[in-house]
Ligand binder design. Structure first.
Ligand code: NAD
Length: 402
């Protein structure tokens, strides 16, 4: 039997109004499998009701009874940033760390160096760039995530934000809330998307779901990826493939970003690349904030090179209260919510439980969940990431004040 493990789980704060919240609906649909046939998370059991809030501290991903019942210890905290944080203190003798990208526990090389027992970093979600993957490779730490758990959740959010930007929904909403009715003002930046060119960067699980969902809008669809999609998919969706991102952005009116953050994609959308886009283009970024260079986005919105920017990902998270993306013109940003709908939480909580069951029992973790294992990129990580670290600058998260 595995020796007693200490698990540190970093989750976002409970609702301001207290836990549990009032639920709008009675439950969530039961899905049979993911598109393409990958099976749903399959733990031996779950100790939560799907559709309940699991991602905050009191929800605890529904793990406490299971972990403690197996004789291991579980620390759950939202206090994650800075040298005096609970995370920093508890990590020192932790074996396993669990974190959600929405409220990321930045597992930097410095923190890894102070945590000699750390062997497993689980992302309760998708996107493990908050872990210094180079340090995990060097220190033989396994990094895994719950592949596919919220890919469709994010695709839905991206489509919503593409339409919100092009039709200019948010200002129209504020206009009615504020008692106004000037139609000329309301439509001054509002267009139809029909006939436009829409491109995605990264045609993986989310990117291809966005392409599929945009097809009925009668737009021209483009994508770029380091792996080309099967010809049958390209033909069904009428896709134009671009071997590089420059070629894609030059012809698109809307660009939706869906590649992971790794050294090749860090600050990919900088002044130079945005300068190659058509004037008045839109960017939607639900991948990672750092794929876009912060000040380049602000400048492009101010000059009109970009007509709008939306997404739900920021760097760092939480972003300081004076982060310029909160106040830049013509944006339709949300907090990092797309992948943590109540529906998505049920899947990734079950996926984390499945991973922990494997870990405690000494069974292999599913290949598709792996990012780093045995000192190499593995599974989904080998397909979608490059080696290296993208956590630099994450300590700025300490500047967020509620
Ligand atoms: P995926 O692995 O199925 O797809 C990623 C695709 O990006 C792959 O096809 C890969 O080949 C491609 N890619 C990698 N490097 C590239 C590059 N330099 N240029 C072009 N393409 C490149 O993963 P997914 O489920 O589609 O998720 C993608 C990303 O979305 C995650 O890594 C994560 O960062 C982000 N995400 C965000 C949320 C959210 O809540 N906002 C939730 C889930 C995932």
């Amino acid at each position: 039997m595995m020796a007693k493990q200490k698990i540190v789980c970093v989750l976002y704060d409970d609702p301001v109004g207290g836990y549990p919240p009032q639920y709008a609906r009675q439950g969530i649909p039961v899905l049979a499998a993911y598109p393409g046939g990958q099976t749903m998370p399959s733990p031996a059991a779950i100790d939560f009701v799907p559709g309940e809030l699991l991602g905050s501290v009191s929800g605890g991903l529904g793990l406490r009874n299971f972990v403690e019942g197996r004789g291991h210890s579980l620390v759950i905290t939202a206090d994650k940033d800075g040298p005096d944080s609970v995370l920093e203190k508890e990590l020192v003798d932790a074996d396993v760390v669990i974190s959600q990208p929405f409220w990321p526990a930045y597992i930097t090389a410095d923190r890894i160096a102070k945590a000699p027992n750390l062997r497993l970093a689980i992302t309760a979600g998708i996107g493990s760039d908050h872990v210094d993957l180079q340090a995990a490779l060097n220190e033989n730490i396994t990094v895994c995530e719950v592949t596919y758990c919220n890919s469709i959740s994010v695709a839905e959010h991206a489509v919503m934000q593409i339409l919100a930007l092009v039709r200019d929904y948010i200002p129209q909403y504020h206009l009615v809330v504020n008692g106004g009715w000037n139609i000329a003002d309301a439509i001054s930046r509002s267009y139809d998307i029909e006939g436009m060119s829409v491109g995605v960067v990264g045609g993986g699980r989310i990117g291809s779901a966005v392409l599929k969902r945009m097809k009925p809008f009668d737009v021209a669809l483009h994508y770029t990826d380091r792996h080309r999609l099967p010809t049958q998919v390209e033909e069904e969706l009428g896709l134009t493939f671009h071997s590089d991102v420059e070629s894609l952005v030059k012809v698109c009116d809307v660009v939706s970003i869906h590649c992971p953050l790794h050294p090749e994609t860090e600050h990919l959308f900088n002044d130079e690349l945005i300068g190659k886009m058509k004037r008045g283009s839109y960017i939607v970024n639900t991948a990672r904030g750092k794929i876009c260079e912060r000040n380049a986005i602000v400048k492009a919105l101010e000059t009109g090179q970009l007509a709008g920017y939306a997404g739900d990902v920021w760097f760092p998270q939480p972003p300081p209260t004076d982060h310029p993306w909160r106040t830049m013109p013509n944006h339709a940003m949300t907090p990092h919510t797309s992948g943590t709908s109540l529906s998505a939480q049920a899947r990734y909580a079950a996926g984390v439980r499945e991973i922990l069951e494997c870990w405690f029992d000494g069974r292999p973790i599913r290949d598709e969940y792996l990012i780093v294992q045995g000192g190499h990129l593995a599974g989904a990580g080998a397909h979608s990431y490059s080696e290296g670290d993208t956590t630099g600058g994450s300590d700025e998260a300490t500047r967020f004040k509620t």
